[in-house]
Write a protein that binds this ligand. Structure first.
Ligand SMILES: CC(C)(COP(=O)(O)OP(=O)(O)OC[C@H]1O[C@@H](n2cnc3c(N)ncnc32)[C@H](O)[C@@H]1OP(=O)(O)O)[C@@H](O)C(=O)NCCC(=O)NCCS
Length: 184
């Protein structure tokens, strides 16, 4: 979905992905150490990446952001998305996050980006629930998600691997709903 959202904090900027980013993203995504953590582990060709971006621009339920580190590196370092955005159910799936720039890893940028995107979705997209699926042994991803407030709801097996289904609920909005309900 073509969007214009820019989400800023002191250390990180989340900005819309552009055509000029897609080759760098493809390089990151095809790396073995990154690909192993995605459910679709296939190598992405230049052509497939272009087709994906063309489809993405016209889809209406996905927001993809480039993560820029703005404290010392001042460049794109990763990517993160919100997809399956369902306005009726007021929920969305979080994921496809990676920090591809090796100089940017280990600095907590995953957790910061997760927090930023989720609070943006709660405040500006009218989303109440954000969920994600992650391999149980993806410790750095789970640590990032837990820091951002995600909680394990259940685990299940897929292709002999254990997957954690986690959720983050907009508690502030839930509280307001109860008050509104009482007022009726
Ligand atoms: C997930 C990812 C985005 C997190 O990036 P990051 O912000 O650089 O993550 P960090 O290296 O700062 O690690 C996050 C936390 O996990 C912890 N961690 C890392 N490896 C760990 C391990 N083996 N066991 C337990 N905790 C671990 C770190 O200590 C850190 O916690 P801290 O901030 O309290 O020290 C990054 O690791 C990545 O791109 N992974 C490959 C793609 C991927 O897995 N994406 C998610 C798909 S669902």
């Amino acid at each position: 979905m073509n969007h214009i959202y820019r989400i800023e904090s002191r250390k990180v900027l989340l900005r819309p992905i552009e055509e000029k980013d897609i080759e760098l993203v493809r390089e990151w995504r095809n790396r073995e150490d990154i690909r192993q953590w995605f459910f679709d582990k296939s190598i992405i060709t230049e052509e497939k990446q272009k087709k994906w971006f063309e489809r993405y621009k016209i889809c209406s339920d996905e927001l993809v952001f480039i993560i820029e580190e703005r404290e010392s590196l001042n460049r794109p370092v990763g990517i993160v998305s919100l997809y399956n955005i369902d306005n009726e159910k007021q929920e969305a799936e979080f994921g496809r996050m990676l920090i591809g720039d090796k100089e940017a890893t280990g600095k907590g940028i995953g957790a910061i980006s997760t927090k930023m995107l989720c609070s943006f979705a709660f405040r500006h997209l009218n989303i109440d629930k954000i969920y994600l699926k992650v391999y149980k042994n993806n410790y750095s991803a789970i640590a990032s998600y837990t820091k951002a407030g995600f909680e394990l709801v259940y685990e299940y097996m897929k292709n002999k691997k254990v997957i954690h289904y986690m959720e983050l609920i907009n508690k502030r909005k839930g509280y307001l709903r109860v008050i509104n309900g009482l007022g009726k």
